[in-house]
Design a protein around this ligand. Structure first.
Ligand SMILES: C[S@@+](CC[C@H](N)C(=O)[O-])C[C@H]1O[C@@H](n2cnc3c(N)ncnc32)[C@H](O)[C@@H]1O
Length: 288
């Protein structure tokens, strides 16, 4: 929304190439984000919203605010403004077919199963994983099968935990799964995930470029449509870190426009469309 001229905060603010570069440096250092010069108009309009919200009229003042020790909340608002939370149930559904056909048949023989949805947005990805498992393995809830779902954005993690979705959002769930795992929501126009899929998932805030407070190993990692925002160095570091988090033969699923590159290819082999598998005996993570 464009504010009336009398409202405080930025309507038009000065945003030079040097300002853009300063912001791009900060976004890279703090969040691993890559902001190409071509994104300057988009960044400008997203930033204008933040300046208005903070009733700030100059870009320099906004940068100064970000530099203060207690600007943690604004930094998170900034990353929300610079990235998108777009997601949907069963997005890129071939990954869920691979989960069903190549991973789940082995689960009954495993004492423990761990799956990570890294950059889970509002929860549709981890819930699609949970519904796929529950559908294929009726006693899944009684087994040690856990899904970790993380995102940098606290507001989106809260939304994911609430597990409330609109009619339009639940429409991409296959109807038999919808019948089993979706009920009426807190409000008349909402739908809610059933208890069984909710109980399989632990949601948490996590910036993927920070240290990770867990060690795995994971049977599968879904990190889809997240690394696309990162510069190449950050992406390559991330692929390598995911590789060490996977068990041997574990799967890494990435987004449709992403590709693993760099040293991680020594440990990750292509195993289908935007699907990789950890080569055996390439050094697994230690169970914790
Ligand atoms: C486009 S959504 C992808 C959601 C889901 N993985 C999918 O493919 O449908 C990208 C998500 O990545 C999150 N994200 C962006 N940068 C991140 C970072 N540095 N650490 C963790 N999550 C991040 C955003 O908050 C957003 O929810």
């Amino acid at each position: 929304m464009i504010p009336a001229p009398s409202e405080p905060g930025a309507r038009d603010f000065r945003f030079t190439d040097e300002d853009f570069r300063a912001l791009a440096r900060l976004a890279r250092a703090e969040f691993g984000l890559s902001l190409a010069e071509s994104k300057k108009p988009l960044v400008y309009s997203r930033l204008a919203r933040r300046l208005r919200a903070r009733e700030i009229s100059r870009f320099q003042d906004y940068m100064a605010l970000l530099g203060t020790p207690d600007a943690a909340d604004e930094r998170l608002e900034l990353i929300s403004a610079l990235t998108t939370n777009v997601t949907s149930f069963f997005r890129e559904k071939h990954h869920f077919e691979t989960l069903r056909q190549a991973l789940i048949p082995d689960f009954p023989q495993q004492s423990r199963v761990r799956i990570w949805s890294a950059g889970c947005s509002s929860g549709q990805e981890p819930f699609s994983i949970a519904m796929t498992i529950l559908d294929a393995l009726p006693d899944a809830a009684q087994r040690d099968i856990r899904i970790l779902a993380t995102d940098i954005d606290p507001a989106i993690v809260r939304r994911a935990k609430a597990a409330q979705y609109t009619q339009e959002e639940v429409e991409t769930i296959p109807s038999e799964l919808r019948r089993s795992w979706i009920g009426l929501g807190a409000r008349a126009d909402q739908f809610e995930m059933a208890a069984a899929p909710r109980q399989m998932i632990s949601f948490a805030e996590l910036n993927l470029i920070d240290p990770w407070p867990f060690h795995g190993p994971f049977d599968a990692i879904f990190c889809r449509n997240v690394a696309i925002y990162f510069d190449q160095d950050t992406q390559q570091t991330l692929w390598g870190r995911f590789a060490t988090m996977l068990r041997d033969d574990g799967f890494l699923f990435i987004g449709h426009s992403e590709r693993v590159s760099g040293p991680a290819l020594q440990t990750l082999a292509t195993a289908g469309v935007t699907t990789y598998r950890k080569k055996p005996a390439s050094g697994g993570a230690v169970a914790t």
